[in-house]
Design a protein around this ligand. Structure first.
Ligand SMILES: Cc1cc2nc3c(=O)[nH]c(=O)nc-3n(C[C@H](O)[C@H](O)[C@H](O)COP(=O)(O)OP(=O)(O)OC[C@H]3O[C@@H](n4cnc5c(N)ncnc54)[C@H](O)[C@@H]3O)c2cc1C
Length: 479
């Protein structure tokens, strides 16, 4: 085989080369670890950002770091693009393949390697699901803190790719705050270790760079994560307000007062109705906005903190305060919140935006979001991590109507620009992916972008790893 593969070659030539790549990969992987028939490739043609679909050239399902390295080394040698993939739950199109790419999916690498309770850490393979880590240590009184609503399915490799967060990240931080080390394969097949079991490492913070790299710096095959001791007790409390603005300014004041609950989640009226119809969580239906505030600690600590939060909520006109009375009730409250995206999908097509704003701007941005949505003649349900200022307007539309879809996309872009304009940013936890790559120039100056691209190119000079994501296609340095 020649040393380069041109995808601009005539069709017959391209097909022959595709066949050659599949044959070569079959020498590196057993048959059950390589998918190449069109029918079998279909589950990999998109991710949870279902607006775009492409069948990849092939899907490799390696079982070990060595197999990942062999595949990447081969693809590097022949210039074949690679799209890393975990469970494919990305909401920004991060795991969507391109047709000339080999998808490397780590789902078969799903072993817990070591639980070290003494040092409060777990070493896991990249395809282990987020929830599986907590389940593995629950009986010993520990958990893994970042809890995306997709935690039943999403992998720790994908969480690192997107620097994922969740409802309980207000107190414990997102993935980057809970990651101690990774083993990662670079595009040329080199295996590197960053971080480890210790709390800090010398040199540049490359682990920080890898967290949120969207599959562009390498393929993570193993991760070492922090385990946290379960609190003595935890209590979610529902706070109902007449308006979203009141709820938003209450959140800002709680955080400004120095109180850090474990979670502060927000739902507006449409979101409350959608989630209640699905989960029967007992949410009040006579309010315009709802906060789920969870506190934890001893009974006395929780009472103390709640007393302060209720006093602040009263200053913002809170209408309903309902403390949860049992573990079953608490589970239902969280079930309702965590099923929000799925429950919304039952009533309409939607796109989920993911912008972050300074808390002082929360009320203003909620109000402006409503105006933007009205301006496009659309509907929205807001359900998001309010304590972090991480907003998720779910813009409802009809995917069978191209004009409606275009309006929804345009409204989403306007909302994200608004987040940037008030001092926030384009993403809180879902990444840039394909969805927001063209908005990166709205957030960053050319020099800032160029420096980010230079950092990316230092890991993958040929831009073969997940090449069509994150950065605008025009003007890519070194691409
Ligand atoms: C219903 C629903 C609810 C969600 N709720 C949340 C939420 O609360 N918080 C949140 O943060 N996100 C949420 N998400 C988004 C999504 O689940 C996260 O981004 C998640 O981390 C993706 O994990 P994954 O395994 O599915 O990765 P994928 O979607 O397969 O990939 C995500 C990105 O990481 C890269 N990647 C994957 N594996 C690796 C690897 N081993 N090495 C290098 N790069 C890799 C991919 O190339 C891609 O860029 C939600 C999604 C859905 C569908």
């Amino acid at each position: 085989m020649s040393d380069t593969i041109s995808f601009l070659a005539p069709r017959a030539d391209v097909l022959a080369r595709r066949r050659q790549i599949v044959e070569d990969l079959a020498d590196l992987l057993p048959p059950e670890c390589l998918v190449h028939e069109a029918r079998e490739l279909m589950p990999f043609e998109t991710d949870a950002f279902v607006s775009y679909r492409r069948l990849p050239l092939a899907v490799a399902l390696p079982r070990t770091t060595a197999e990942v390295a062999a595949v990447l080394k081969y693809c590097h040698r022949y210039g074949v693009p690679v799209v890393p993939r975990g469970a494919g739950t990305s909401l920004s199109g991060g795991a969507i393949p391109q047709e000339d790419a080999v998808v490397v999916c780590v789902s078969k690498m799903n072993r817990i390697i070591e639980i070290d309770l003494f040092n409060r850490l777990a070493m896991v393979e990249a395809g282990v699901t987020n929830l599986h880590i907590s389940e593995s240590v629950s009986a010993d009184g520990f958990f893994y803190a970042p809890d995306p609503s997709s935690q039943l399915a999403c992998t720790i490799g994908g969480n690192i790719g997107m620097n994922s967060g969740g409802a309980h990240c207000l107190k414990y931080g997102v993935t980057t705050n809970n990651l101690l080390g990774v083993r990662m394969v670079l595009m040329d097949g080199t295996i590197i270790d960053l971080g480890g079991k210790a709390l800090d490492a010398g040199g540049y913070d490359l682990l920080g760079l890898v967290c949120g790299h969207e599959g562009q710096l390498g393929i993570v095959t193993e991760a070492t994560v922090r385990l946290i001791a379960k609190p003595e007790g935890a209590r979610p409390v529902l706070f109902g307000f007449d308006t979203s603005e009141e709820a938003g300014s209450c959140v800002a004041d709680v955080i400004a007062s120095g109180i850090i609950p474990v979670a502060i989640e927000f739902m507006d009226k449409p979101a409350i109705e959608i989630c209640e119809a699905f989960a029967k969580a007992g949410y009040p239906l006579d309010v315009g906005a709802l906060l789920i505030v969870e506190v934890e600690g001893s009974e006395a600590e929780m009472d103390d903190m709640l007393g302060d939060i209720v006093a602040i909520a009263r200053r913002h006109g809170v209408k309903t305060v309902r403390e949860c009375q049992s573990a079953t009730e608490a589970a239902l409250i969280w079930k309702g919140r965590k099923s929000a995206f799925g429950a919304t999908g039952r009533i309409a097509d939607y796109i989920c935006m993911d912008g972050t704003v300074p808390l002082s701007q929360l009320s203003y941005v909620l109000k402006k979001t409503g105006e933007i949505i009205d301006g496009y003649g659309l509907r929205v349900a807001n359900v998001f991590h309010a304590g972090d200022g991480n907003m998720h307007p779910l813009i409802l539309f009809n995917a069978n109507d191209p004009e409606d879809a275009a309006r929804a996309e345009a409204a989403g872009m306007d909302i994200l620009k608004l987040c940037v304009d008030v001092g926030g940013c384009l993403t809180g936890e879902h990444g840039v992916g394909i969805e927001k790559r063209d908005l990166m120039r709205h957030q960053y100056a050319e020099a800032d972008l160029a420096q980010q691209m230079a950092a990316r190119a230092a890991f993958d000079p040929g831009w073969l790893l997940n090449p069509s994501k994150v950065f605008p296609l025009e003007g890519r340095a070194g691409a």
